[in-house]
Design a protein around this ligand. Sequence first.
Ligand SMILES: CC(C)(COP(=O)(O)OP(=O)(O)OC[C@H]1O[C@@H](n2cnc3c(N)ncnc32)[C@H](O)[C@@H]1OP(=O)(O)O)[C@@H](O)C(=O)NCCC(=O)NCCS
Length: 172
Amino acid sequence: METGRIILRPWRDSDAPALYKWASDPEVGPRAGWAPHQSVEESLEVIRTVFCDATNTWAIELKETGEAIGAMGYGPSCNCNLPARDGEPLIGYWIAKPYWNKGICTEALGLMIDHIRCMTDIKSLISGHFIDNPASGRVMEKCGFVPTGETVIDETQYQGAGRPIRVLRLIL
Ligand SMILES: CC(C)(COP(=O)(O)OP(=O)(O)OC[C@H]1O[C@@H](n2cnc3c(N)ncnc32)[C@H](O)[C@@H]1OP(=O)(O)O)[C@@H](O)C(=O)NCCC(=O)NCCS
């Protein structure tokens, strides 16, 4: 999947140094509820165990540099603590901070939504963002997601417990 400036493609082991460079930034992971990466080895482990399903998880590669600068994907919502419908996937994404506010995430999410519409019979998608991370909500709204309410996750999750979350849904 591609646009003029980005490609969504499977993660590769060779992305580990770039993943570590961007995902070790404390401005990125905590906004999405995950801890900054601590080493290239940890990033490689994430590529092999979390980013390993090429049918629903992609690196966002910037064509200009050939480097992975973010992630886009969807998967089961059963453990996410959001009020998801039966079988409704959860989406997730992040972009390296130097590339924020250039429309890249909106472009990447649009590609994934087109892919899901064409290749699956998924009827809707759910996601949520911490209230203090409005940029993420803006990305979803620009792609057609509609707010459905707020929730608070009570499970022990990295920087997640107790922080209000705004929930959005896209009907496909
Ligand atoms: C959220 C994130 C993925 C957005 O990526 P991005 O490529 O910068 O997104 P885009 O440029 O496509 O769109 C960002 C939008 O948010 C808006 N925005 C940025 N900061 C904002 C703020 N403080 N308040 C409100 N809107 C804001 C931008 O103006 C833009 O909207 P616009 O096009 O209407 O002007 C990126 O900031 C990120 O990776 N954050 C850390 C991880 C994360 O939050 N992941 C999502 C977890 S739910």
